[in-house]
Design a protein around this ligand. Structure first.
Ligand code: ABN
Length: 172
């Protein structure tokens, strides 16, 4: 294996002889910048950027009460308030407690469990109010009623908007 060591050493010496430190650093930085542009088109990177159950919905669908994942929501859609269907807008905090619904996704024909967390700490967003009553029961059946401020357990209990997080497939 000595010949292989010698060969490797010669190659390294020749390369070092031919290239300056600046050109090597230049090539490395070009490769890094190039890969940053390539990353979003790789399938794994694209999948990683998506929340579970988030299909290829348009902006119009995501801001409409008729979108399937909002089937049991009661509140202002966070996607109309500077957040997304699954994330709170900047400056607000998600509620640790929530209302849960079962929604049918017409795109794959499956039923999903959806958790509706309120975003708290800012005054009411007042945009895209959706008030669904799917499987809701009157207020005296507290945990089957969705007209509730789920920010009640937060330090700042002011309700701003509601997120709709797909938890997983519903068991029928
Ligand atoms: N879950 C939304 C909400 C907040 C305050 C009052 C009613 C409903």
């Amino acid at each position: 294996m000595r010949w292989l060591d010698k060969f490797g050493e010669n190659m390294a010496r020749q390369l070092a002889h031919r290239s300056s430190r600046r050109s090597v650093l230049g090539s490395i930085s070009k490769a890094l910048v190039g890969s940053a542009f390539l990353m979003p088109v790789l399938p794994v990177a694209r999948a990683a950027g998506k929340a579970p159950g988030l299909d290829d919905a348009t902006e119009e669908e995501l801001t409409s009460c008729d979108y399937w994942r909002y089937c049991a929501v009661d509140g202002f859609l966070c996607s109309c308030c500077g957040g997304t269907p699954t994330t709170c807008p900047p400056g607000t905090t998600p509620s640790p407690i929530s209302w849960v619904g079962t929604c049918h996704n017409p795109k794959d024909g499956k039923d999903y469990l959806v958790s509706y967390h309120d975003c708290c700490g800012k005054t009411a967003c007042n945009r895209c109010l959706c008030s669904s009553q799917v499987r809701e029961r009157p207020g005296y059946e507290f945990f089957l009623h969705n007209d509730v401020n789920w920010c009640m357990a937060n330090e700042n209990t002011t309700f701003h908007c509601t997120t709709s997080i797909v938890v997983g497939l519903a068991k029928n």
